[in-house]
Design a protein around this ligand. Structure first.
Ligand SMILES: Cc1cc2nc3c(=O)[nH]c(=O)nc-3n(C[C@H](O)[C@H](O)[C@H](O)COP(=O)(O)OP(=O)(O)OC[C@H]3O[C@@H](n4cnc5c(N)ncnc54)[C@H](O)[C@@H]3O)c2cc1C
Length: 314
């Protein structure tokens, strides 16, 4: 069921039949794994539009409909010379979902630019506006990701900078941008990131995949130090949480020998072990079985519980 305005959404939320059924709100479905048919109403927003709501000498504020393609917004911001989301170039999906998921890449997260999120409560039909703080953002998390969240996002508001604020310290990006400096601009950053992503990630239009299947696990420093003794080359990133470090899930999966492996028609992408792919006609439960084998192997060897970033439905 698709709605194109807040008025249409309110009409759906006032419908008795809607409340008698289970319901699932989706974006473009790029981070969902259906284990079977969904037995309920699938809702999708068609609320589009992007407006400039405030402009100062240093910043601009934009109000964007939940159904806008995230990457179109990034392309637009880059074309206008607005900073703050260029590193999030090429991430599939819609703007509502981007704010639900707290999408992130190359040292940026959408939470860094979100000012407000407008949402309806599916139970009461009341409209609420959440500030960045009340969205309760963390790594790939917001209050809207909770299983029992009643929120349906209709618009997001983001604030971008008009003065240069590059974040170029991440891996491949740092190396490639070093060749372009000095004088590199926003379009160079976007182009470089799109190139890196094209080289590393399978195109979901060609090969079914949902991006990174698992989140990078956070582990206590003491656990990390014990692992370092056994695996001196173990990579890690600083975590925002004191006393914890983040370990690349891709490394853990590769160490367990899954890179490029297949189980039937479900596989682990040979260029990036964090991505599970459908090599033919795998169904959702085939992918889930492979994911479970990976979780078990990583837990057995490293005593780390991988948590899926992908949302299982059914
Ligand atoms: C090739 C590939 C690369 C990717 N790379 C990255 C990456 O670099 N970084 C990253 O963070 N993610 C990445 N992802 C994951 C994905 O792009 C994001 O999670 C994206 O935000 C999902 O958007 P979507 O519109 O497809 O949402 P869906 O997958 O349809 O839904 C995601 C979640 O949002 C909820 N939702 C959607 N719309 C609304 C709404 N209006 N109101 C309330 N809830 C809603 C859904 O219920 C679900 O819980 C990648 C995925 C792929 C396939």
């Amino acid at each position: 069921m698709e709605y194109g305005s807040e008025e249409e959404l309110r009409r759906i939320l006032h419908d008795e039949y809607f409340h008698a059924c289970a319901s699932l709100h989706i974006g473009s479905g790029s981070n969902l794994l259906f284990l079977g048919d969904y037995n309920g109403i699938v809702l999708h927003s068609a609320i589009k539009g992007l407006s400039l709501t405030e402009e100062t000498r240093e910043t601009v504020s934009l109000r964007i409909g939940a159904a806008e393609r995230w990457d179109d917004v990034v392309a637009y911001a880059v074309s206008r010379g607005w900073y703050g989301i260029e590193n999030l170039s090429g991430i599939p999906g819609e703007c509502g979902a981007a704010a639900v998921q707290n999408i992130g890449a190359y040292g940026m997260e959408i939470k860094d630019v979100v000012e407000e999120v407008e949402a309806y409560d599916r139970n009461t039909c009341e409209k609420h506006t959440f500030t960045r703080e009340t969205c309760r953002y963390a790594y790939r998390y917001s209050r809207f990701r909770e299983e029992d969240s009643p929120c349906i996002l209709t618009h997001i508001r983001i604030r971008l900078a008009k003065t240069p604020r590059f974040v170029l310290g991440y891996g491949d990006l740092q190396e490639r941008m070093a060749n372009l400096y000095p004088g590199a601009g926003l379009p160079d950053v976007r182009r470089t990131i799109l190139t890196i992503r094209k080289e590393k990630l399978p195109d979901p239009e060609q090969t079914g995949n949902a991006g990174s299947f698992f989140m990078n696990p956070l582990i206590p420093m003491r656990h990390f130090e014990a692992l370092q003794t056994a695996y001196p080359g173990i990579p890690s990133f600083a975590a925002e949480e004191e006393g914890y470090v983040k370990i690349p899930a891709a490394w853990l999966i590769e160490q367990c020998g899954f890179k490029g492996k297949t189980q039937g028609e479900a596989g682990v992408y040979e260029k990036h072990p964090l991505i599970l792919i459908n090599t033919g006609n795998a169904c959702g439960s085939d992918i889930a079985r492979l994911a479970e084998s990976i979780r078990e192997a990583v837990a057995m060897r490293f005593h780390i519980g991988l948590v899926p970033e992908v949302k299982y439905i059914g």
